[in-house]
Design a protein around this ligand. Structure first.
Ligand code: NAD
Length: 497
């Protein structure tokens, strides 16, 4: 009998025996568990629990909240290997990659440990005679997070540590495809001393999400996932009066200039294109080579460097990357390679049918390199989200930049060059939210904030870091005077100046 994964509500695991969905081990292609898909009654329990927990949590001193985050960080570190195993089994990530994701997640917990400092507010004395004014940042109430499959540990940790540290209570709706590590991490936060109801985890699909988007007790929604869903989340949440940040998909380009250190660029591109099977919103999936000579060198060096790459089961630590998430996604990725070929591009390294001995039913796609891709091709326009690197040839840096600026997505980008002036021009004029200069995956550290431009993010504030303090709090500005003989004033009908 398979285990059914339930929900964490009011500090306890519950199974509402409602609809359920299969959870796969993508390395073997077998169903490993089932996950319960919350019905309306379960979501209601979670909202009621978070609502009831809010007043006491709001009034808990920030330093006490931070102490729980300190203990949480220690528990995450103590359980790191176990968490990586859980991620690997349901997502397919190799241990080293799962560990990378977890460490980036823990860094957000570390940032949340500094919340008393972050919530200090702003104070001005004597804004008028005997008048002081200050702004403080108050929590919103119950807030929700909806997260994707590709970072089951890290992306939830972008959201709730800061939301909770700021005094909110939280309802998380993780991806239904790999829920185990997410749920286990939430249990660790309770072990660290979090009062019940402050964090509730509801597994589910659109039915649960739609309630979170429309219930008036939910004050804000953070979302990370694909662009069509991000747009839907943003417009629906906004229409129901909620604050919303919805991070969407991507098509990240790297410009390879003729003067670049080509061997370095090749090494960086390999990890950034094929790491995590390309299932990263910051994956570099397009290399734009400037000039035919640079393109020929790049393609030939990439072809050589890709020969030893190993795709395989998550449990084999020497593999470079694992399977993609589902059979349907594997077919979709192969479909994009087919379409590029049909459109006239050249498949230089073909990963459509990789042989993975002992794992014949796994959802594998091998590292694939496609040359002579053009902007008219569907494989260029859409996010593939697989281990596929496409090379586009441009005649100039301006032409390469225009491709990036014209693309609907604007999450991350990178330029490989030795020319400081070119790099500076690039970072000044490129219409993308996160820019790398000889850095292939410019994912901001936890004390900056993460977010793309254009259709990679709907909303104003980016995820985690300083923007998280603004997103998860509302400003209140208080102006105070204590009348005394020195400053007592008469009646005035003019605006004070
Ligand atoms: P997805 O959009 O399919 O799902 C994300 C979440 O939305 C899940 O919790 C899912 O249950 C829910 N959802 C799905 N369909 C829904 C619907 N119709 N109504 C309401 N909720 C729905 O995304 P995914 O496949 O899990 O993740 C991959 C995508 O996420 C890629 O596009 C990737 O680029 C993107 N992503 C973006 C970032 C970023 O920071 N910009 C980070 C990670 C992933």
């Amino acid at each position: 009998m398979t285990t059914t994964i339930g929900h964490l509500i009011d500090g306890a695991m519950i199974d509402d025996a409602s609809r359920a969905q299969d959870v796969y081990n993508p390395s073997t292609g077998e169903v490993s568990k089932q996950v319960s898909l919350a019905c309306a009654g379960t979501v209601e329990r979670a909202i009621a629990s978070a609502q009831a927990a809010f007043p006491a949590w709001r009034d808990t001193p920030p330093a006490k909240r931070a102490q729980i985050m300190f203990r949480f960080k220690a528990l995450l570190e103590a359980n790191a290997d176990k968490i990586c195993e859980m991620i690997g089994e349901e997502h397919g990530k190799i241990h080293h990659d799962a560990m990378g994701e977890l460490i980036r997640g823990i860094e957000n917990v570390e940032y949340a440990c500094g919340v008393p400092e972050l919530l200090k507010g702003e104070h001005s004395r004597n804004v008028g005679p005997g008048i002081d004014s200050w702004s403080e940042f108050q929590p919103l109430g119950v807030v929700a997070g909806i997260t994707p499959f590709n970072f089951p540990a890290m992306v939830p940790l972008w959201m709730y540590p800061m939301a909770i540290a700021c005094g909110n209570t939280f309802i998380l709706k993780p991806s239904e495809r790999d829920p185990t590590s997410t749920l286990f991490i939430a249990e660790l936060l309770h072990e660290a001393g979090l009062p019940k109801g402050v964090l509730n985890v509801v597994n589910g699909d659109k039915e649960a999400v739609d309630i979170l988007l429309t219930d008036e007790r939910i004050k804000a929604v953070s979302f990370v996932g694909s662009t069509p869903i991000a747009e839907y989340i943003y417009s629906t949440a906004n229409a129901h009066g909620k604050r919303c940040q919805a991070l969407g998909g991507a098509k990240n380009h790297a410009i390879v200039m003729p003067d670049a250190d080509m061997d370095n660029a090749v090494n960086q591109l390999l990890g950034a294109a094929f790491g995590s099977s390309g299932e990263r919103c910051m994956a570099l999936s397009v290399a734009v080579a400037v000039g035919d000579e640079a393109a020929d060198t790049l393609v030939s060096k990439l072809t050589e460097a890709m020969k030893p790459l190993k795709v395989g089961a998550f449990s084999e630590k020497t593999n470079d990357f694992g399977p993609v998430i589902t059979r349907a996604h594997q077919e979709k990725v192969v479909g994009y390679i087919n379409s590029a070929e049909a459109d006239g591009a050249q498949v230089v390294v073909d990963g459509r049918a990789p042989a993975v001995a002992g794992y014949e039913n796994g959802f594998f796609v091998g590292a694939t390199l496609i040359d002579r891709v053009t902007s008219e091709m569907v494989s260029y326009q859409e996010e593939i989200f697989g281990p596929v690197l496409q090379v586009v040839r441009a005649n100039s840096m301006e032409e390469a930049m225009k491709l990036i600026n014209d693309h609907e997505y604007g999450n991350g980008t990178c330029i490989f060059t030795r020319d400081g002036e070119a790099a500076r021009y690039f970072s000044d004029h490129i219409q993308v939210g996160m820019v790398g200069i000889n850095v292939p995956l410019p994912v901001p550290v936890s004390y900056h904030s993460f977010g793309g431009w254009k259709r990679s993010l709907f909303g104003d504030l980016h995820a985690y870091g300083p923007d998280a303090v603004r997103f998860y709090t509302k400003r209140k500005t208080i102006t105070q005077r204590w009348p005394s003989s020195g400053v007592r004033e008469g009646v005035s009908f003019a605006f004070p100046s």
